[in-house]
Design a protein around this ligand. Structure first.
Ligand code: SAM
Length: 447
């Protein structure tokens, strides 16, 4: 959008840019085109634009995507946007992006997020769209330069800290370029920078307990100048860890401060203090009952054998709903041997040889969600190719969370409304484990 067009449009709308809403409108068209190009939109993508304002980026982004959600807090601009970008494939939301319900975007994947962000609330918006579970796969934001530098900082620099590590563990962050204040109307008092966030690949950094990682990073940096030995004293005590030995194992000096540890060393530290159980070996040792077409036991076999030879065996799925009737879904770890990285029932697992369905259901909830609750039987699903040759007994339970998810098995999880799940399943069945899709109608019938 040209400077004169912005001035003219603001005058026609009788809008004076509000500092309290971080309103600085971009008037350099080449830059707008360049920022949008960094998002690498494909024709099937869903675009989310935060703070579209008068549409400086929107006009270049919309032609490149399938559909879009535009979110702005200023009602006057939302009205203008609704007139200018009216289309069936564009939803214009009047609201606060820091409160936006990102779960509603899962059925729209792949989702790419764009925004010349309002600076007063940038970090809240950033966390809203990058915290797990996030439907986004690529994000391009213009931010205050200092914030961009903190996110992309290297160890042992003044900018390196909590934000760098908490976002950097799951996202690759690249500071693409800085922008002078003069490209905006009105010119902000600070310099800006454009950053790109892309999701880290499986295995790019080791897995760890994410919540624990965040907690020790916050502890470690709560007083920057103090040594970790002191800052982590309580956690070291709780976990009976000896700092001298810990420092040696993660190859850090005993006198290290938080800023001296790289991301890899912080993850190693989290894993030393709270190890993530390796599931790969355990699962192959499990022994299951093999059953016939009437679900009668005919023998036993290892987990590997039943799957390799498509032998009928037994499993349970548990649907845990909260008080609002939303269903908790878990996203399976990317390291699972079966259905890695897809969404599944709240808890699910095989019935081990000699065990019953009911006791296994109670155990799976305990092991996968970390809570002890009673489960009610919902029904059963016959063994078929779609269930992986499992007879599945399905249960329902009620709990509002939060849950303690084992990171080696479950990447993340969240409650979703049943209508949203139905929309998501219809749009993207590939996002779900096939066994879950077989069991879901039993829950839907009940509601
Ligand atoms: N994208 C436009 C551009 O580049 O010219 C406008 C960018 S301006 C820096 C920030 C925009 O965010 C404004 O349109 C403002 O109304 C909007 N905004 C402010 N607070 C917001 C919030 N909490 N949620 C969503 N949008 C917000």
């Amino acid at each position: 959008m040209k400077l004169s067009t912005i001035q003219h449009t603001l005058a026609a709308l009788d809008v004076r840019p509000a500092k309290s809403l971080g309103q600085n409108f971009l008037h350099d068209q080449n830059l707008a085109r360049w920022i949008v190009a960094q998002l690498e939109l494909s024709p099937g993508d869903h675009l989310v634009e935060i703070g579209p304002g008068l549409g400086a980026l929107t006009e270049f982004a919309l032609p490149g995507c399938q559909s879009a959600t535009l979110i702005d807090k200023d009602a006057r601009l939302v009205e203008f946007l609704r007139e200018h970008f009216a289309s069936e494939r564009v939803e214009i939301v009047h609201g606060d992006a820091a409160q936006f319900e990102v779960r509603t975007l899962f059925p729209r994947a792949p989702v790419k997020v764009l925004g010349n962000l309002p600076y007063y609330i940038s970090s809240q918006i950033l966390f809203r769209f990058t915290d797990e579970p996030s439907p986004a796969e690529r994000l391009v934001f213009t931010l205050q330069k200092e914030l961009a530098e903190r996110m992309s900082a290297q160890p042992a620099t003044k900018d390196y800290g909590i934000l760098t590590l908490i976002i950097g563990r799951r996202w690759r962050v690249k500071l693409l370029r800085t922008l002078p204040a003069s490209v905006f109307l009105p010119a902000p008092k600070v310099e800006s920078a454009v950053i790109l966030l892309t999701r880290r690949e499986a295995g790019e950094v080791p897995d760890c307990d994410g919540e624990f990682f965040n907690a020790i990073v916050k502890q470690g940096f709560s007083q920057r100048r103090k040594q970790l030995r002191k800052m982590l004293a309580a956690t070291l005590h709780e976990t009976s860890a000896d700092w001298q030995a810990v420092a040696k194992t993660i190859d850090a000096p005993e006198t290290a401060r938080g800023e001296e540890l790289s991301l890899a060393q912080w993850i190693a530290l989290a894993n030393l203090l709270r190890p993530v159980e390796a599931i790969a070996q355990r699962v192959h040792e499990e022994i299951f009952d093999v059953v016939d077409e009437a679900d009668q036991v005919t023998g036993i076999a290892t987990r590997h054998e039943v799957h390799a030879r498509n032998l009928r065996h037994r499993a349970v799925h548990i649907f845990v709903c909260n008080g609002a009737g939303e269903l908790f879904l878990q996203k399976r770890s990317r390291w699972k041997d079966r259905h890695p990285g897809v969404w599944d029932s709240s808890a699910a697992g095989h019935v081990e040889s000699g065990c019953g369905y009911d006791e296994t259901a109670a155990r799976e909830v305990r092991e996968e969600l970390g809570v002890t609750i009673s489960v009610a039987w919902l029904g059963k699903i016959p063994a078929s190719e779609r269930t992986g040759f499992e007879f599945v007994h399905v249960y329902r339970a009620q709990h509002d969370g939060p849950f303690r998810l084992p990171p080696a098995e479950i990447e993340t999880g969240a409650f979703f409304s049943l209508p949203l799940i139905a929309e998501w399943v219809a749009a993207r069945p590939q996002d779900f484990a096939s066994g879950f899709l077989e069991c879901l109608p039993l829950l839907a019938e009940q509601n």
